[in-house]
Design a protein around this ligand. Sequence first.
Ligand code: ADP
Length: 249
Amino acid sequence: RGAVIVLRDVTEQEQEDRARRDFVANVSHEIRTPLTTIKSYIEALEDGAVDSPSHARKFLSVIHTETDRMVRMVSDLLQLSRLDSGRESWKFDPHNLRELVQNACFRFAMQLQRREVSLAFEVPSNLNVNVDADKLDQVFDNLISNAIKYTPDGGRIRVIAYRPSGKFILVQVVDNGIGIPKHDLPQIFNRFYRVDKARSRAAGGTGLGLSIARQIVEVHGGQIQIDSEEGKGTAVSFTLPVGTGGSGA
Ligand code: ADP
């Protein structure tokens, strides 16, 4: 009684404008954060830290790490922009999935040596896919590096692939790490969305890995999803069509 409810019609254009504004705000914030750190360490060096070799080394190493992260973020952003605009070029070729997975796992050998996390793969040798191998490598790199980042020492990561039906192949990257809270799951593929910003940053994350992985999987004609339980672990699963090459992009 007496209450007036005004329903405003939010048009698609308005939603798009808002998404764009949010995105620009996010990018600016994400880039300013490492820049502020870099600047403050340079100032500390100018203020005298440079005279202490041990301090200088430590500060330079922070500057190096933050610069690397910015380079990674800008590369990820450029790639997202190419994917969005359809300017990314694709090269679909037949590949053996087991070989692709094996190579991906080998790329993490050094990193795994420094951590007490095991990485195993279970992929039958007869699974052949028609994919852009460089792009699929990126999907594996993003998913495996997440599994490593968010799995404490003593953890176990598995990359599994099989063919549950005649039509598609299912690939899963499973870890028994920290998991993701239920209420974060619906947003986890959004750009810059992270459960724990500080943890992601400390681990060198950009918050863009999963959204890039999703775009690449979708161009291949597949789907990606994430199942997770806090404290138990995470499984990222994606499909690849059998014997076809991409969705025409
Ligand atoms: P980031 O660079 O922060 O890792 P991603 O887009 O790859 O960005 O992932 C988004 C967020 O999803 C991460 O910040 C993290 O909170 C969560 N996440 C992704 N993979 C895992 C995983 N295997 N275990 C736990 N959390 C994960």
